[in-house]
Design a binder for this molecule. Sequence first.
Ligand SMILES: NC(=O)c1ccc[n+]([C@@H]2O[C@H](COP(=O)([O-])OP(=O)(O)OC[C@H]3O[C@@H](n4cnc5c(N)ncnc54)[C@H](O)[C@@H]3O)[C@@H](O)[C@H]2O)c1
Length: 340
Amino acid sequence: MSKILVTGGLGFIGSHTVVELQSEGYEVVIIDDLSNSSESVLDGITAITGKTPIFEKLDLKDKAGVEAFFKKHSDVEGVIHFAASKAVGESVKEPLLYYENNISTLVYILKELKKLPSAAFIFSSSCTVYGQADELPITENAPVKLAESPYGNTKQIGEEIIRDTCKVTPSLKAIALRYFNPVGAHESVEIGELPIGVPQNLVPFITQTAIGLREELSVFGDDYPTPDGTCIRDYIHVVDLAKAHVVALKRLLEGKNKENYETFNLGTGKGSSVLEVVQAFERVSGEKLKYKIVGRREGDIISAYADTNKANNELGWKTELTLDDAMRSAWNWEKKVRGK
Ligand SMILES: NC(=O)c1ccc[n+]([C@@H]2O[C@H](COP(=O)([O-])OP(=O)(O)OC[C@H]3O[C@@H](n4cnc5c(N)ncnc54)[C@H](O)[C@@H]3O)[C@@H](O)[C@H]2O)c1
């Protein structure tokens, strides 16, 4: 079976994808610098799949290190590139850190892939490229809007770099996957999301509040033009998301791609408001969540959810798990992490 490099494979989405790849028989090599993850994630992956992936601790900003890796693993047939910095607020304060980590690493990997007789490349992009889309649900043809943050800009620039490289490199085939809002954990609760510090995302903030780590959840604004006044997002279970990566990779390895650079939205197609997510959490956990409504947060868009037609019909993938499944697994994971 093909050997696949998963960069950032010890992180949230990467670890769930490694599980799905190994379950499908792929040989996985992980590169991670542990800047936002822990080596113990390997134990969780091993507990689920019975297999420990090869792990190389490497900072992908180390160009010589990346070259040496590809010399050693010259039989890599595909790369799923998760490694990146992802905190939107931090990127506003430290733009150069984000441009360096998210762009230079991508360039170094693509330079190595260009040398191979053939290579498949999957890139972690984001629905942030659409900003506040003019039409909902959002299709892949919706225009890419001016980025709201340096982080968002790294995803737009990343996509352009890949597209331009594919144009002149017939041996390279690539897919950019534009994630909506990944949530949840593996149902085995062996792996999940491990945010460092105060979570930036809604679901870990909810579970940390319910477990007693945070005082209360602040809901930013209830006067948006939505049915209950709170912002709407498309929450996708991380296991569904992980499986999409395997489907996309197979598409490239089996030569089923229509163009050598393609983009797909990965979402459920259903928008949920902040209050609906809180209600889903309360329903599956039996806990009452402390929350208060505060003012709007700068930069928040009102509503975003995916048109899933292209992913369903062209990629041949669709979500199987619900928001309740995601909230249940996220809660079980939080309890496990806190020893409760
Ligand atoms: N989680 C989300 O909400 C979301 C949404 C859209 C897109 N994405 C993108 O998906 C990808 C994965 O996100 P995640 O939520 O799993 O993040 P994560 O932080 O959990 O995982 C990223 C991993 O990459 C590693 N890493 C970072 N810089 C590195 C470097 N220079 N060298 C080697 N390893 C490095 C980190 O240690 C971490 O383990 C990222 O590219 C992110 O921008 C995430």
